[in-house]
Design a protein around this ligand. Sequence first.
Ligand SMILES: Cc1cc2nc3c(=O)[nH]c(=O)nc-3n(C[C@H](O)[C@H](O)[C@H](O)COP(=O)(O)O)c2cc1C
Length: 323
Amino acid sequence: MIKTRFTEMFGVQHPIAQGGMQWVGRAGLVSAVANAGALGFLTALTQPTPEDLAKEIKRTREMTDKPFGVNLTILPTIKPPPYAEYRSAIIEGGIKIVETAGYKPQEHVDEFKKHGIKVIHKCTAVRHALSAERMGVDAISIDGFECAGHPGEDDIPGLILIPCAADKVKIPMLASGGFGDARGLVAALALGADGINMGTRFLATKESPIHEKIKEQIVANDERATDLIFRTMKNTARMAKNTISQKVIEIEKAGGKFEDVRELVSGQRGKVVYEKGDPEYGVWSAGMVQGLIHDIPSVQELVDRIVTEAEALIRKRLDVMVG
Ligand SMILES: Cc1cc2nc3c(=O)[nH]c(=O)nc-3n(C[C@H](O)[C@H](O)[C@H](O)COP(=O)(O)O)c2cc1C
């Protein structure tokens, strides 16, 4: 057992979280993560309506009696989804833990706190972590440059970002981005974090609701198999490298704007990648940690393996080094 401020605060067995994942953070995966003693998050915006989210929360609860949360990702879009209604579905659904991510979470944090919900804010910079702490969130999840999805624009890898954040953030903190095994967990704890948050590693598990072929592609991919798209738009996203991500970068280099790549990067195409198992159909998120993923275990096997090996690493490798 590894006890940290994170396990204590959120009442989970292990210092491991599964962050929100568009199209992937559904009842099956999240309940498996909860049953394995880690903290899983449903992804609110994966559900087409707030009513669907309410149903998904119910469905998850039927599959586990352990704690789980919901991720609310706040996107800088012109036509925002009905955030207040998704928020109500979370509150009325009896959820006690929320992962927020993205822009200006204040109004959401205030509302969640009013209802006694604990908030973990995920961000990619120390200054954003500190501003979330001032906003009153309960914990921080800090995403390094390695991460799948949005690493921000500072390009600071976890080895620097995590201790820099740990030096300043007072509340419990998860290290995120590039974690996939026991070595990562032990390193994160050594760097000052209270646990790890993983995305890509959970994508390649038995309970992950994506096509087998995409899981196999993640196993086949190495640490170099990612691309950074939207760099020129200052909205960088780390995706699995494929012909589409390369094409997007080419268009950007030639001075193309969002309108020129809109069709290529559409979320619907990404959804089809997961459903039909064609890794070249659209862009899909995956991190550098693909280089450390060599199998497709069940979530229980994965979590057990990480914790057991982490304990052995600390006791049998690190402890004996100290003279
Ligand atoms: C397929 C996929 C979809 C994701 N979608 C979201 C999302 O909708 N909202 C969010 O806050 N983070 C999202 N993330 C980021 C993860 O929650 C997590 O921060 C990230 O994957 C950590 O990096 P790692 O993949 O190296 O573990 C996504 C990640 C993946 C792999």
